[in-house]
Write a protein that binds this ligand. Structure first.
Ligand SMILES: Cc1cc2nc3c(=O)[nH]c(=O)nc-3n(C[C@H](O)[C@H](O)[C@H](O)COP(=O)(O)OP(=O)(O)OC[C@H]3O[C@@H](n4cnc5c(N)ncnc54)[C@H](O)[C@@H]3O)c2cc1C
Length: 384
Protein backbone atom coordinates (compact mmCIF):
# COMPACT_ATOMS: atom_id res chain seq x y z
CA UNK A 1 0.00 0.00 0.00
CA UNK A 2 1.27 3.42 -0.90
CA UNK A 3 1.05 5.61 2.23
CA UNK A 4 1.18 8.91 0.31
CA UNK A 5 -2.07 10.36 -0.92
CA UNK A 6 -2.27 10.32 -4.73
CA UNK A 7 -0.73 13.42 -6.38
CA UNK A 8 -4.13 14.78 -7.46
CA UNK A 9 -5.44 14.66 -3.88
CA UNK A 10 -2.24 16.28 -2.57
CA UNK A 11 -2.85 19.17 -4.99
CA UNK A 12 -6.43 19.46 -3.79
CA UNK A 13 -5.23 19.54 -0.18
CA UNK A 14 -2.73 22.30 -1.07
CA UNK A 15 -5.57 24.33 -2.64
CA UNK A 16 -7.70 23.75 0.48
CA UNK A 17 -4.85 24.78 2.76
CA UNK A 18 -4.29 28.01 0.79
CA UNK A 19 -8.02 28.79 1.04
CA UNK A 20 -8.04 28.12 4.78
CA UNK A 21 -4.94 30.18 5.45
CA UNK A 22 -6.03 33.12 3.30
CA UNK A 23 -9.77 33.24 4.00
CA UNK A 24 -10.62 31.33 7.22
CA UNK A 25 -7.61 31.85 9.48
CA UNK A 26 -8.00 35.66 9.57
CA UNK A 27 -11.51 35.10 11.02
CA UNK A 28 -10.34 32.88 13.86
CA UNK A 29 -9.96 35.52 16.58
CA UNK A 30 -13.46 36.87 15.83
CA UNK A 31 -14.89 33.33 15.78
CA UNK A 32 -13.39 32.50 19.18
CA UNK A 33 -14.52 35.77 20.71
CA UNK A 34 -18.13 35.67 19.42
CA UNK A 35 -18.63 31.89 19.12
CA UNK A 36 -19.29 32.36 15.38
CA UNK A 37 -18.73 34.60 12.41
CA UNK A 38 -21.69 36.54 10.92
CA UNK A 39 -23.80 33.92 9.17
CA UNK A 40 -23.93 35.85 5.87
CA UNK A 41 -20.18 35.32 5.53
CA UNK A 42 -20.51 31.56 5.17
CA UNK A 43 -22.23 31.50 1.73
CA UNK A 44 -19.75 34.14 0.54
CA UNK A 45 -16.83 32.01 1.69
CA UNK A 46 -18.39 28.94 0.08
CA UNK A 47 -18.66 30.87 -3.20
CA UNK A 48 -14.96 31.79 -2.95
CA UNK A 49 -14.05 28.17 -2.22
CA UNK A 50 -16.11 27.20 -5.27
CA UNK A 51 -13.98 29.45 -7.47
CA UNK A 52 -10.99 27.37 -6.35
CA UNK A 53 -12.72 24.11 -7.26
CA UNK A 54 -13.88 23.30 -3.73
CA UNK A 55 -17.50 22.53 -4.52
CA UNK A 56 -19.74 19.47 -5.05
CA UNK A 57 -16.64 17.31 -4.54
CA UNK A 58 -18.14 13.82 -4.66
CA UNK A 59 -21.11 14.64 -6.88
CA UNK A 60 -20.78 12.70 -10.17
CA UNK A 61 -19.61 14.84 -13.08
CA UNK A 62 -22.78 14.09 -15.06
CA UNK A 63 -24.72 15.81 -12.25
CA UNK A 64 -22.49 18.89 -12.25
CA UNK A 65 -19.97 17.89 -9.57
CA UNK A 66 -16.26 17.10 -9.52
CA UNK A 67 -16.75 13.34 -9.38
CA UNK A 68 -14.10 12.84 -6.68
CA UNK A 69 -13.95 9.90 -4.30
CA UNK A 70 -14.24 9.62 -0.52
CA UNK A 71 -10.46 9.76 0.03
CA UNK A 72 -10.37 13.19 -1.62
CA UNK A 73 -13.42 14.34 0.36
CA UNK A 74 -11.84 13.19 3.64
CA UNK A 75 -8.52 14.87 2.86
CA UNK A 76 -10.26 18.19 2.11
CA UNK A 77 -12.33 18.05 5.30
CA UNK A 78 -9.30 17.13 7.37
CA UNK A 79 -7.57 20.29 6.12
CA UNK A 80 -10.62 22.56 6.59
CA UNK A 81 -11.21 21.35 10.14
CA UNK A 82 -7.89 22.71 11.32
CA UNK A 83 -10.05 25.83 11.70
CA UNK A 84 -12.71 25.66 14.45
CA UNK A 85 -15.58 27.27 12.50
CA UNK A 86 -16.80 23.94 11.00
CA UNK A 87 -16.64 25.25 7.44
CA UNK A 88 -18.35 22.99 4.92
CA UNK A 89 -17.71 22.76 1.19
CA UNK A 90 -21.02 23.48 -0.55
CA UNK A 91 -22.88 21.89 -3.45
CA UNK A 92 -23.10 18.34 -2.07
CA UNK A 93 -26.69 17.06 -1.84
CA UNK A 94 -27.50 14.84 1.15
CA UNK A 95 -27.26 11.16 0.11
CA UNK A 96 -31.05 10.73 0.48
CA UNK A 97 -31.53 13.22 -2.37
CA UNK A 98 -29.99 10.77 -4.84
CA UNK A 99 -33.39 9.04 -4.54
CA UNK A 100 -35.25 12.04 -5.95
CA UNK A 101 -37.76 11.06 -8.63
CA UNK A 102 -37.43 12.81 -12.03
CA UNK A 103 -40.10 15.38 -11.04
CA UNK A 104 -38.14 16.20 -7.82
CA UNK A 105 -34.65 16.19 -9.30
CA UNK A 106 -34.24 19.80 -10.42
CA UNK A 107 -35.94 21.43 -7.44
CA UNK A 108 -34.27 19.35 -4.71
CA UNK A 109 -31.08 17.74 -6.07
CA UNK A 110 -29.81 19.91 -8.91
CA UNK A 111 -30.63 23.17 -7.09
CA UNK A 112 -28.28 22.11 -4.25
CA UNK A 113 -25.48 21.36 -6.71
CA UNK A 114 -26.06 24.77 -8.35
CA UNK A 115 -25.82 26.40 -4.92
CA UNK A 116 -29.35 27.82 -4.97
CA UNK A 117 -30.90 25.76 -2.16
CA UNK A 118 -29.74 23.88 0.96
CA UNK A 119 -31.32 21.15 3.04
CA UNK A 120 -31.34 19.75 6.57
CA UNK A 121 -32.30 16.21 7.58
CA UNK A 122 -34.72 15.52 10.41
CA UNK A 123 -34.89 12.12 12.15
CA UNK A 124 -34.47 12.87 15.84
CA UNK A 125 -37.47 13.44 18.11
CA UNK A 126 -37.84 13.94 21.86
CA UNK A 127 -38.73 10.22 22.12
CA UNK A 128 -36.53 8.84 19.32
CA UNK A 129 -32.79 9.36 18.90
CA UNK A 130 -30.71 6.19 18.77
CA UNK A 131 -33.92 4.16 18.50
CA UNK A 132 -35.54 5.49 15.35
CA UNK A 133 -38.31 2.89 15.73
CA UNK A 134 -39.76 5.31 18.28
CA UNK A 135 -40.51 7.98 15.66
CA UNK A 136 -43.91 9.41 16.58
CA UNK A 137 -44.22 12.05 13.86
CA UNK A 138 -46.85 10.67 11.50
CA UNK A 139 -47.62 11.15 7.82
CA UNK A 140 -51.20 10.19 7.07
CA UNK A 141 -52.79 10.02 3.61
CA UNK A 142 -55.76 12.37 3.12
CA UNK A 143 -56.97 12.20 -0.47
CA UNK A 144 -53.97 13.13 -2.61
CA UNK A 145 -52.15 14.85 0.28
CA UNK A 146 -49.93 13.73 3.12
CA UNK A 147 -50.72 15.30 6.50
CA UNK A 148 -47.80 15.58 8.91
CA UNK A 149 -48.18 15.90 12.68
CA UNK A 150 -45.49 15.72 15.34
CA UNK A 151 -42.20 17.27 16.34
CA UNK A 152 -38.44 16.99 15.79
CA UNK A 153 -35.57 18.04 18.00
CA UNK A 154 -31.85 18.81 17.55
CA UNK A 155 -32.15 19.44 13.81
CA UNK A 156 -29.01 21.17 12.58
CA UNK A 157 -29.38 24.37 10.54
CA UNK A 158 -33.16 23.94 10.06
CA UNK A 159 -33.73 27.69 10.40
CA UNK A 160 -31.21 28.46 7.62
CA UNK A 161 -32.14 26.02 4.87
CA UNK A 162 -34.68 26.03 2.06
CA UNK A 163 -36.04 22.52 2.63
CA UNK A 164 -36.06 19.54 4.98
CA UNK A 165 -35.64 15.82 4.41
CA UNK A 166 -38.17 14.69 6.99
CA UNK A 167 -38.50 11.13 8.30
CA UNK A 168 -42.03 10.29 9.50
CA UNK A 169 -43.97 7.18 10.37
CA UNK A 170 -46.32 6.05 7.59
CA UNK A 171 -47.14 2.70 9.22
CA UNK A 172 -46.64 2.99 13.01
CA UNK A 173 -47.40 -0.73 13.57
CA UNK A 174 -44.29 -1.62 11.51
CA UNK A 175 -41.76 0.38 13.60
CA UNK A 176 -38.61 1.20 11.58
CA UNK A 177 -40.10 -0.67 8.60
CA UNK A 178 -42.89 1.86 8.49
CA UNK A 179 -40.80 5.05 8.19
CA UNK A 180 -40.81 7.17 5.01
CA UNK A 181 -38.92 10.27 3.87
CA UNK A 182 -40.55 13.50 2.67
CA UNK A 183 -39.34 16.73 1.11
CA UNK A 184 -40.71 19.73 3.02
CA UNK A 185 -40.11 23.27 1.81
CA UNK A 186 -39.37 25.83 4.52
CA UNK A 187 -42.40 28.07 4.96
CA UNK A 188 -44.92 25.27 4.27
CA UNK A 189 -48.01 26.06 6.40
CA UNK A 190 -48.11 23.86 9.50
CA UNK A 191 -44.30 23.52 9.65
CA UNK A 192 -42.62 25.75 12.21
CA UNK A 193 -39.09 26.12 13.60
CA UNK A 194 -40.04 26.55 17.26
CA UNK A 195 -36.62 27.58 18.64
CA UNK A 196 -32.90 27.07 18.41
CA UNK A 197 -31.42 25.03 21.26
CA UNK A 198 -28.32 26.64 22.80
CA UNK A 199 -25.54 24.03 23.13
CA UNK A 200 -21.99 23.83 24.47
CA UNK A 201 -20.62 24.07 20.91
CA UNK A 202 -19.60 27.13 18.90
CA UNK A 203 -20.61 27.75 15.26
CA UNK A 204 -24.28 26.74 15.22
CA UNK A 205 -27.10 25.46 17.37
CA UNK A 206 -29.70 22.88 16.34
CA UNK A 207 -33.45 23.53 16.24
CA UNK A 208 -36.71 22.18 17.53
CA UNK A 209 -39.44 21.77 14.88
CA UNK A 210 -43.21 21.39 15.07
CA UNK A 211 -45.65 19.99 12.48
CA UNK A 212 -49.37 20.61 12.94
CA UNK A 213 -51.73 19.56 10.19
CA UNK A 214 -48.93 20.23 7.72
CA UNK A 215 -50.16 19.30 4.24
CA UNK A 216 -47.75 18.03 1.64
CA UNK A 217 -48.61 17.06 -1.93
CA UNK A 218 -48.45 13.36 -2.88
CA UNK A 219 -45.20 13.96 -4.78
CA UNK A 220 -43.40 15.11 -1.59
CA UNK A 221 -42.66 11.44 -0.79
CA UNK A 222 -38.92 10.83 -1.30
CA UNK A 223 -38.03 7.31 -2.37
CA UNK A 224 -40.23 4.32 -1.64
CA UNK A 225 -43.08 4.29 0.88
CA UNK A 226 -42.02 2.65 4.19
CA UNK A 227 -38.37 2.36 3.06
CA UNK A 228 -37.16 5.53 4.78
CA UNK A 229 -35.15 3.68 7.44
CA UNK A 230 -32.76 2.19 4.86
CA UNK A 231 -32.42 5.70 3.44
CA UNK A 232 -31.73 7.04 6.93
CA UNK A 233 -28.99 4.48 7.46
CA UNK A 234 -27.34 5.40 4.15
CA UNK A 235 -27.75 9.08 5.02
CA UNK A 236 -25.92 8.62 8.33
CA UNK A 237 -23.33 6.20 6.93
CA UNK A 238 -22.14 8.76 4.41
CA UNK A 239 -21.72 11.41 7.11
CA UNK A 240 -19.81 9.11 9.48
CA UNK A 241 -16.65 8.92 7.40
CA UNK A 242 -16.66 12.65 6.80
CA UNK A 243 -17.08 13.31 10.53
CA UNK A 244 -14.18 10.94 11.23
CA UNK A 245 -12.01 13.00 8.88
CA UNK A 246 -12.92 16.23 10.75
CA UNK A 247 -11.27 14.71 13.85
CA UNK A 248 -7.95 14.33 12.03
CA UNK A 249 -7.74 18.03 11.23
CA UNK A 250 -8.87 19.03 14.71
CA UNK A 251 -6.36 16.77 16.46
CA UNK A 252 -3.50 17.73 14.10
CA UNK A 253 -4.07 21.45 14.67
CA UNK A 254 -4.23 21.04 18.47
CA UNK A 255 -1.12 18.85 18.47
CA UNK A 256 0.83 21.32 16.31
CA UNK A 257 -0.13 24.16 18.66
CA UNK A 258 0.77 22.13 21.76
CA UNK A 259 4.13 20.99 20.37
CA UNK A 260 5.10 24.61 19.61
CA UNK A 261 3.90 25.87 22.98
CA UNK A 262 5.65 23.10 24.94
CA UNK A 263 8.97 24.16 23.43
CA UNK A 264 8.49 27.84 24.14
CA UNK A 265 6.98 27.73 27.64
CA UNK A 266 9.53 27.31 30.43
CA UNK A 267 9.15 26.36 34.10
CA UNK A 268 12.06 26.09 36.52
CA UNK A 269 14.33 27.23 33.72
CA UNK A 270 13.45 24.43 31.29
CA UNK A 271 10.93 24.18 28.43
CA UNK A 272 7.95 22.09 29.56
CA UNK A 273 8.62 19.89 26.49
CA UNK A 274 11.67 18.54 28.35
CA UNK A 275 9.40 17.06 31.07
CA UNK A 276 8.21 13.54 30.40
CA UNK A 277 4.86 14.36 31.95
CA UNK A 278 4.32 16.75 29.04
CA UNK A 279 6.24 15.12 26.18
CA UNK A 280 4.51 11.76 26.72
CA UNK A 281 1.13 13.45 26.33
CA UNK A 282 2.33 14.75 22.96
CA UNK A 283 3.80 11.37 21.97
CA UNK A 284 0.60 9.48 22.82
CA UNK A 285 -1.42 12.02 20.86
CA UNK A 286 0.81 11.69 17.78
CA UNK A 287 0.52 7.88 17.81
CA UNK A 288 -3.26 7.87 18.22
CA UNK A 289 -3.71 10.52 15.53
CA UNK A 290 -1.64 8.46 13.08
CA UNK A 291 -3.67 5.34 13.88
CA UNK A 292 -6.93 7.22 13.32
CA UNK A 293 -5.67 8.71 10.05
CA UNK A 294 -4.77 5.28 8.68
CA UNK A 295 -8.17 3.92 9.68
CA UNK A 296 -10.04 6.82 8.06
CA UNK A 297 -7.95 6.80 4.87
CA UNK A 298 -8.24 3.02 4.54
CA UNK A 299 -12.03 3.16 4.92
CA UNK A 300 -12.27 5.98 2.39
CA UNK A 301 -10.08 4.02 -0.02
CA UNK A 302 -12.28 0.93 0.45
CA UNK A 303 -15.36 3.06 -0.28
CA UNK A 304 -13.70 4.30 -3.47
CA UNK A 305 -13.03 0.67 -4.44
CA UNK A 306 -16.78 0.16 -4.29
CA UNK A 307 -16.74 -1.96 -1.12
CA UNK A 308 -19.45 -1.84 1.53
CA UNK A 309 -17.90 0.22 4.35
CA UNK A 310 -20.88 0.39 6.70
CA UNK A 311 -19.07 -1.33 9.59
CA UNK A 312 -15.67 0.17 8.71
CA UNK A 313 -17.22 3.66 8.87
CA UNK A 314 -18.57 2.87 12.37
CA UNK A 315 -15.04 1.88 13.42
CA UNK A 316 -13.44 4.95 11.85
CA UNK A 317 -15.88 7.40 13.44
CA UNK A 318 -15.77 5.65 16.83
CA UNK A 319 -12.00 5.59 17.02
CA UNK A 320 -11.40 9.05 15.50
CA UNK A 321 -13.95 10.85 17.70
CA UNK A 322 -12.63 9.26 20.90
CA UNK A 323 -9.06 9.95 19.75
CA UNK A 324 -9.91 13.62 19.18
CA UNK A 325 -11.47 13.86 22.64
CA UNK A 326 -8.26 12.55 24.25
CA UNK A 327 -5.94 14.63 22.06
CA UNK A 328 -7.80 17.93 22.54
CA UNK A 329 -7.94 17.25 26.28
CA UNK A 330 -4.20 16.58 26.52
CA UNK A 331 -3.33 19.57 24.34
CA UNK A 332 -5.49 21.84 26.47
CA UNK A 333 -3.64 20.51 29.51
CA UNK A 334 -0.26 21.32 27.91
CA UNK A 335 -1.40 24.95 27.55
CA UNK A 336 -2.36 25.19 31.23
CA UNK A 337 -4.59 28.20 31.94
CA UNK A 338 -3.99 29.59 28.45
CA UNK A 339 -5.73 26.55 26.99
CA UNK A 340 -8.87 27.31 28.99
CA UNK A 341 -9.02 30.96 27.88
CA UNK A 342 -11.66 31.84 25.29
CA UNK A 343 -9.07 33.03 22.75
CA UNK A 344 -7.51 29.55 22.62
CA UNK A 345 -8.68 27.50 19.61
CA UNK A 346 -7.97 24.36 21.66
CA UNK A 347 -10.88 25.01 24.07
CA UNK A 348 -13.28 25.52 21.15
CA UNK A 349 -12.13 22.26 19.53
CA UNK A 350 -12.33 20.49 22.91
CA UNK A 351 -16.01 21.41 23.23
CA UNK A 352 -16.79 20.77 19.57
CA UNK A 353 -15.44 17.20 19.48
CA UNK A 354 -17.81 16.21 22.27
CA UNK A 355 -20.68 16.48 19.79
CA UNK A 356 -19.25 13.88 17.47
CA UNK A 357 -19.44 11.08 20.05
CA UNK A 358 -23.20 11.72 20.03
CA UNK A 359 -24.32 13.15 16.66
CA UNK A 360 -24.73 10.85 13.64
CA UNK A 361 -25.04 7.93 16.07
CA UNK A 362 -23.52 7.59 19.53
CA UNK A 363 -20.29 5.78 20.39
CA UNK A 364 -22.32 3.11 22.20
CA UNK A 365 -24.52 2.37 19.19
CA UNK A 366 -21.38 2.21 16.99
CA UNK A 367 -19.89 -0.39 19.40
CA UNK A 368 -23.11 -2.35 19.30
CA UNK A 369 -23.07 -2.43 15.47
CA UNK A 370 -19.41 -3.51 15.41
CA UNK A 371 -20.10 -6.23 18.01
CA UNK A 372 -23.13 -7.39 16.02
CA UNK A 373 -20.94 -7.73 12.94
CA UNK A 374 -18.38 -9.76 14.92
CA UNK A 375 -20.77 -11.94 16.88
CA UNK A 376 -23.86 -12.15 14.73
CA UNK A 377 -27.16 -10.39 15.45
CA UNK A 378 -28.46 -12.74 18.15
CA UNK A 379 -25.18 -12.99 20.16
CA UNK A 380 -24.94 -9.19 20.33
CA UNK A 381 -28.60 -8.64 21.25
CA UNK A 382 -27.66 -8.07 24.90
CA UNK A 383 -26.13 -4.76 23.79
CA UNK A 384 -29.50 -3.54 22.66
C1 LIG B 1 -25.65 19.64 17.98
C2 LIG B 1 -26.50 18.50 17.52
C3 LIG B 1 -26.89 18.45 16.18
C4 LIG B 1 -27.72 17.42 15.73
N1 LIG B 1 -28.15 17.45 14.43
C5 LIG B 1 -29.10 16.54 14.05
C6 LIG B 1 -29.71 16.66 12.76
O1 LIG B 1 -29.34 17.55 11.94
N2 LIG B 1 -30.71 15.81 12.43
C7 LIG B 1 -31.14 14.81 13.27
O2 LIG B 1 -32.05 14.08 12.91
N3 LIG B 1 -30.57 14.68 14.53
C8 LIG B 1 -29.57 15.52 14.92
N4 LIG B 1 -29.02 15.41 16.19
C9 LIG B 1 -29.50 14.37 17.10
C10 LIG B 1 -28.49 13.24 17.32
O3 LIG B 1 -28.37 12.47 16.15
C11 LIG B 1 -28.99 12.42 18.53
O4 LIG B 1 -28.78 13.23 19.69
C12 LIG B 1 -28.27 11.10 18.66
O5 LIG B 1 -28.66 10.21 17.63
C13 LIG B 1 -28.55 10.40 20.01
O6 LIG B 1 -29.93 10.32 20.27
P1 LIG B 1 -30.48 10.84 21.69
O7 LIG B 1 -29.91 12.18 21.96
O8 LIG B 1 -31.96 10.71 21.66
O9 LIG B 1 -29.86 9.85 22.75
P2 LIG B 1 -30.50 8.44 23.24
O10 LIG B 1 -30.79 7.58 22.08
O11 LIG B 1 -31.61 8.75 24.18
O12 LIG B 1 -29.28 7.84 24.06
C14 LIG B 1 -28.91 8.32 25.36
C15 LIG B 1 -27.68 7.52 25.80
O13 LIG B 1 -28.01 6.13 25.91
C16 LIG B 1 -27.14 5.37 25.09
N5 LIG B 1 -27.89 4.24 24.52
C17 LIG B 1 -29.12 4.27 23.93
N6 LIG B 1 -29.46 3.05 23.53
C18 LIG B 1 -28.43 2.23 23.84
C19 LIG B 1 -28.17 0.82 23.65
N7 LIG B 1 -29.04 0.03 23.02
N8 LIG B 1 -26.99 0.32 24.11
C20 LIG B 1 -26.10 1.12 24.72
N9 LIG B 1 -26.28 2.44 24.92
C21 LIG B 1 -27.43 2.99 24.48
C22 LIG B 1 -26.67 6.32 24.03
O14 LIG B 1 -25.44 5.88 23.44
C23 LIG B 1 -26.52 7.61 24.82
O15 LIG B 1 -25.30 7.57 25.52
C24 LIG B 1 -28.13 16.40 16.64
C25 LIG B 1 -27.71 16.43 17.99
C26 LIG B 1 -26.92 17.47 18.42
C27 LIG B 1 -26.48 17.49 19.87
Amino acid sequence: MNFDLPAGIQELVATTRAFREERLDPLEAQFLRDGNVPWELRPKLQAEARERGLWALDVPEEHGGRGLGQLAVCAVHEELNKHPMMFEVGGAPEPALYHCAPHQWDKYFASVVRGERRSAYAFTEPGAGSDLGGIATTAVRDGEDWVIDGGKIFIGLAERVEFLILFASTAPELGTRGVSAFLVDSGTPGYEVVRTIPTMGDAWDPCELRFEDCRLPADALLGELNHGFAGADRQLGHGRLKIASYQLGIAQRCLDLAVAYAQERTTWGQPIASRQGVSFMLADSAVELDAARLLVYRTAWQADEGRDVRIEAFKAKLYATEMAQRVTDRCLQVFGGRGYAKDSPVQSFFRQVRLWRIGHGTAEIHRWMIARDLLGPSAAEGSR
